[in-house]
Design a protein around this ligand. Structure first.
Ligand code: AMP
Ligand code: ZN
Ligand code: FE
Ligand code: FE
Length: 284
């Protein structure tokens, strides 16, 4: 079932394949009313997306971000919507995290080299382009160099959390991410929470930090997962939101833009919350 909104998408400013302009055009041609751009740890695509969206007054574009955060046992992603992305403290933190991603990428290449795989750093940076360097870019460079025959293989054998070439990112906690987004006048939402451990205690902590929603309708979540997450959202008084996590690169998990059963009411509630918080910056 197609939704009128998609609140989770990536562009070339992180690991997506479409430029922000192409993403907006595709959203319009798929008949979407609301689109959020949520690049990983990067808001540099927002300016281009805003400009592209001006040609399409029917589409509401939401400036967003997806922050990668860490708990001791797992990685947690936090989405931020309607944030004042130019906020200096927020940008300072993002710049620092991106820089540390560069160093971490180089460390992973060193590990790969010890495993016998020569992957040029220059090429990884080229693939990442404007985006923050991440494992997907390294996987692509490995594929190009013929070291592996699929991206899955790169992750399964080398780059996964327990893989021999893995290096952890600089850690920021989910609560810090929620706080950071909230401090930049944004609305924080927990991304793809289906498989998280200790969800109850995590939600209690994040709610205290300002969390306003969780993704319930995500990518290929089935009815059972959706119902479980809906109950959790209700119980914690969080908006049940979601998105396709569109990257425009194909692959087993990729959905088309808006190809998720996200109802429009919670999206309207999100927009209403943004209006309350930021009257001068709110959507019309
Ligand atoms: P990073 O932030 O550099 O640690 O990379 C995390 C990203 O790698 C995720 O957002 C996914 O896009 C991708 N990723 C993680 N695990 C896999 C996997 N098993 N197969 C393909 N992509 C993956
Ligand atoms: Zn991604
Ligand atoms: Fe994510
Ligand atoms: Fe994502």
């Amino acid at each position: 079932m197609a939704s009128r909104a998609d609140l989770h998408t990536h562009s070339t400013y992180s690991d997506g394949n479409l430029s922000p302009t192409e993403l907006i055009e595709q959203a319009v041609s798929r008949g979407l009313d609301v689109l959020a751009l949520t690049d990983h740890d990067c808001t540099d695509g927002i300016a281009e997306a805003l400009e592209a969206a001006q040609k399409h007054p029917r589409l509401l574009f939401i400036p967003g971000v997806e922050l990668s955060t860490d708990l001791p046992q797992e990685e947690v992603h936090v989405l931020g919507y309607f944030l004042e992305w130019q906020n200096p403290r927020f940008q300072g933190r993002l710049t620092h995290l991106r820089r540390s991603r560069m160093e971490r990428g180089q460390k992973m290449l060193t590990k790969l080299k010890h495993l016998g795989f020569d992957v040029p750093w220059q090429r990884v940076k080229e693939i990442a382009g404007d985006g923050a360097v991440g494992r997907p870019h390294i996987a692509l460079a490995m594929l190009e160099a013929g070291h592996i025959s699929s991206l899955e293989e790169a992750f399964n054998r080398y780059l996964s959390r327990n893989g021999p070439a893995y290096v952890a990112r600089e850690k920021i906690t989910p609560a810090e991410a929620v706080q950071l987004i909230t401090d930049a006048s944004g609305l924080a939402v927990l991304a793809h929470p289906r498989d998280l451990q200790n969800m109850e205690s995590l939600l209690a902590e994040l709610k205290a930090a300002g969390l306003i929603g969780i993704e319930v309708y995500y990518q290929d979540y089935d009815q059972q997962a959706i119902e479980r997450l809906l109950a959790i959202a209700r119980q914690h008084d969080l908006l049940p939101l979601g998105g396709s996590d569109f990257h425009g690169i194909g692959g087993a998990h990729e959905r088309d833009l808006g190809d998720i059963p996200l109802p429009f009411e919670p999206v309207e509630q999100l927009i209403a919350l943004a209006r309350q918080r930021q009257p001068q910056q709110a959507p019309p």
